[in-house]
Design a protein around this ligand. Structure first.
Ligand code: 13P
Ligand code: SF4
Length: 362
């Protein structure tokens, strides 16, 4: 797992990250499934959480993939439900003194790096991401050292250490635009860790040779979308447009009508003329899709669970660890606080700030 060679994308593309997949499966097997709460328990938790958020001057920030109950609560309390870019921006601009970030670890870390003076809590510290796991700092840094003539552009789904090693951090909302901007300046790029998004960027920008070197990481949720099954579904729903997140395999992205971040997918559903959509991303997004375009129909893109690392495909197991119960406990006890070493945070702030500034001027 810590050998650089294991993480570099080979041309034969048969290279599966076997060690990482076994690691992810073992990790997930150890985590207990959440107990379903009754409606009464949910309502009790909600009212106690609302009171604590006010008492502790805390803003609730939730990703679109979290449980709809958490998204509804973030909306109701003037918090934020967003993609990872807007979560980062909201956390750094809100006047609240504390942030409760419902999502996965890199989102909490990003919030802390951008707001070192705020207390950042999460419902659980167990919620990570297969992209983050697949990009360990030691091997990644060694790889960057071997290609010191390349600018290092990393996806937000990485550890604080990997961000600190990077020249740029990007999210899916601006990945293509930032890489295009750098290629236009004559730069060569290391892209990490998502190979599918990396291939999409290469294709979109017509990058050749070693213009863009790809790290061999993947999202275990989006990797399960399968082209053959998608084509069969398109025959069933010929009037439907396909909306896909760029962490999906390139074959899915080539078959999609819109490719974009979670927010861009929601905007496309509102803007596009079609009434039906096949959606290739985590099923948590259906809550906001239905709110944003209630008159339209949304159909989950097909996945293949066989041999997969996911517990329930099209549902991120780590996002699913955020519940009303652990959110309440964390808020009450002030537990699950995110800490980032201040020096490391300062280093990681630079590429993150570039990301926020880039969006503002483009
Ligand atoms: P977005 O930035 O599009 O919200 O994606 C984050 C993520 O983890 C997708 O799997
Ligand atoms: Fe990571 Fe995929 Fe989960 Fe997003 S959906 S947090 S990329 S594992």
């Amino acid at each position: 797992m810590s050998n650089v060679e294991n993480h570099i994308l080979k041309d034969d593309s048969k290279n599966e990250l076997i060690t990482d997949r076994v690691f992810v499966r073992e990790y997930l097997d150890k985590i207990p499934l959440n107990r379903q709460l009754s409606d009464q328990e949910n309502a009790d938790h909600e009212s106690k959480i609302i009171a604590l958020l006010i008492e502790k001057n805390t803003a609730l920030i939730a990703h679109y993939y979290t449980d709809p109950l958490l998204q509804a609560l973030a909306d109701k309390t003037d918090g934020c439900v967003a993609d990872s870019l807007e979560m980062a921006r909201f956390g750094s601009t809100t006047s609240a003194s504390s942030l409760m970030v419902c999502g996965v670890k890199f989102m909490g870390e990003t919030a802390k790096i951008l707001s070192p003076d705020k207390t950042v809590l999460m419902p659980t510290l167990e919620a990570t991401c297969s992209l983050d796991i697949g990009c360990p700092i030691e091997t990644f840094s060694a790889y960057c050292d071997q290609h010191s003539d390349h600018k290092v552009v990393v996806y937000a789904n990485t550890s604080a250490e990997v961000k600190a090693r990077a020249d740029w951090v990007v999210t899916s909302a601006i990945a293509v635009a930032v890489v295009e901007h750098l290629l236009d300046q004559g730069e060569k790029i290391i892209w990490a860790p998502d190979k599918h998004l990396g291939r999409y960027i290469q294709n979109k920008l017509g990058a050749v040779g070693d213009d863009i070197l790809l790290w061999d990481g993947a999202c275990i949720v989006h990797e399960e979308f399968k082209l053959k099954a998608l084509e069969d579904m398109k025959h069933l729903y010929p009037d439907a447009a396909v909306l896909a997140h760029p962490e999906s395999p390139l074959a899915i992205l080539n078959a999609a009508d819109t490719v974009g971040s979670t927010t861009q997918i929601i905007n496309a559903a509102v803007r596009r003329p079609e009434q039906k959509f096949i959606v290739a991303t985590d099923s948590g997004i259906f809550y906001k899709l239905q709110q944003a375009a209630p008159e339209k129909e949304f159909i989950m893109a097909p996945t293949s669970g066989e041999g997969a690392t996911c517990r329930s495909c099209a549902q991120c197991p780590w996002m699913g660890m955020n519940t009303l119960q652990n959110l309440y406990e964390s808020l009450l006890e002030g537990s699950n606080e995110i800490h980032v070493d201040p020096k490391l945070g300062e280093q990681a702030m630079m590429p993150l700030q570039r990301m926020l500034d880039f969006k503002l001027i483009n």
